[in-house]
Every structure is written in C-alpha cells, then in structure tokens.
Design a binder for this molecule. Structure first.
Ligand SMILES: C[S@@+](CC[C@H](N)C(=O)[O-])C[C@H]1O[C@@H](n2cnc3c(N)ncnc32)[C@H](O)[C@@H]1O
Length: 233
C-alpha cells in the first residue's frame, strides 16, 4: 500500500530540500516527529532527538502511524548528545532559538568535520546564528527565506570548512537571502527587530550610531518583491 508523505510547513519543506539522499540525518528537537517521519518515508535513516519525553512519545506515534519506525531511531537527550560521534552526516535543527542551536553545536565537537551538513531554521535571532556559524568555521552555502502563518524565517544550509572569520554586520543581517523570494519580507522583519534594539540603546553612543546606520542601509537595500502568495502553513 502506498503511504502518504507526512505534510510539512514551508520551513520544514525548505530543510528537506537541502538534504542529500542516502546520508543519515539527525532531526534535533524532533517534537511532533513530522519531519522525522517525512524523511524516513523518503528513504533517509533518521535519528530524532528531543530533550523532553512527551514530544518524543508524540514523534513515536507519528512514525508508527506513518509505518516508518524501521527507518527511525528516537532518542531522549540534549541536542546531539544521544548520538555517537559521526553517527549522522547531516543535522537539522529547527524551531529552537539561535542560542540553543549554537549550544547544541558547541556540545558536539565531532560536527566540526568536513562534509557534515547543517540545516538550521532558528526561531529567533537569525543574525546571531549567522555570526556564530562564521566564528565556528561553518560556511553558509545557501539560504531559503520562508513565511509561515505571517512569520518570517530563514533556512540556512552550512558546512564545516575549518576557516573561521568575522562576518560583516551586513552579512549577519541578510546572509545569503538577497536574491531569494521572501527576501524583502525577511528584511522588513529584521529591520523591525533592529529598530527595537535601537530603542534600548543609549542615544549618541557608538553602538547606537552604528546600529542606526545599519538600519538605514537595511531599509534601503533593493530586494526583489516576492511574487508569491504566502506559503503553505
Ligand atoms: C518548537 S519545537 C520544534 C519542532 C520541530 N523541529 C519544528 O521545527 O517544527 C522545539 C522542540 O525542540 C525541543 N528542544 C528544545 N531544546 C532542545 C535541546 N537542547 N535538545 C533537543 N531538543 C530540544 C523541544 O522539546 C521541542 O520539542
């Protein structure tokens, strides 16, 4: 009997598009298990981890219902701690903060290996994540901005190069989104957040002046308007 593919929102669909068939995937913070099940149904071997027991039970129910438990290993724990070094070649972390993503990466030294692919969709602080990746020797290969239920996200595909560098603040703000659909929506969202930060800074400080200049730059950045309807929820 043909099994129906688990339906994903635009964030998780964009994550799937960056994964290389045939390579084991870790789905960190797998929660409802939708991505885990979807990937398993597509033939990936997936290690789903979650720091909480309840979501892991939901993930188990999802994978059982979709008939793909044989392609899945579900494990309780923080980030990549439940995995052996190099047990997965590609790692998806979606729906948690940039700080949590960076903490997960820092706690698993083995991911700093050439060929390991990261596919990341932070729930907050996208610029901080881009900067953190550069500081840790990951090269941002590509990004896909998406809009789900009126909220803007980006999915970042990065690989380890061992070369660390200090990215420009402009790069941290827009990354590799400039030519993509929904770049202008994401830019506007980033500008609103930067404006909020600006309001918390002491006026006439160097930090304030710098942030003000960046905000001007960001607002004036010519980006293509999205020609698309809002993506599927
Ligand atoms: C909002 S859900 C995101 C689920 C799914 N990845 C998505 O994007 O739709 C976040 C999940 O990450 C889990 N989580 C949070 N911090 C984690 C950590 N350090 N390690 C593993 N899982 C974590 C939470 O328990 C929760 O199930």
């Amino acid at each position: 009997m043909e099994t129906k593919l688990q339906k994903l929102d635009a964030r998780l669909s964009a994550c799937v598009a960056y994964l290389i068939p045939g390579r084991t995937v870790a789905d960190v913070g797998c929660d409802h298990g939708k991505l885990t099940a979807h990937l398993a149904q597509k033939g990936f071997f997936v290690i789903g981890t979650d720091i909480n027991k309840k979501p892991l039970q939901v993930a188990k129910s999802t994978c059982s219902a979709m008939g793909c438990m044989e392609q899945v290993s579900l494990r309780l724990g923080d980030g990549l701690q439940p995995l052996q070094p190099l047990e997965a070649e590609q790692i998806v972390i979606a729906g948690v903060s940039a700080e949590t993503i960076l903490h997960i990466l820092d706690d698993a030294g083995w991911i700093r290996t050439q060929g390991i692919r990261l596919v990341l969709c932070p729930a907050t602080k996208i610029p901080l994540l881009r900067q953190g990746l550069c500081h840790r020797g990951f090269l941002v290969l590509d990004e896909t901005p998406v809009v789900v239920s009126g909220r803007c996200y980006t999915v970042i595909c990065a690989e380890y190069t061992a070369e660390t560098w200090e990215p420009t603040q402009e790069f941290c703000l827009i990354g590799k989104t400039a030519t993509k659909p929904f770049a202008s929506e994401l830019r506007d969202d980033t500008a609103i957040k930067l404006e909020k930060q600006l309001r918390g800074m002491a006026k006439e400080s160097d930090e304030y002046e710098q942030a003000k200049e960046l905000l001007e730059w960001l607002r004036q950045l010519p980006l293509p308007q999205a020609q698309h309807e809002e993506q599927e929820q």
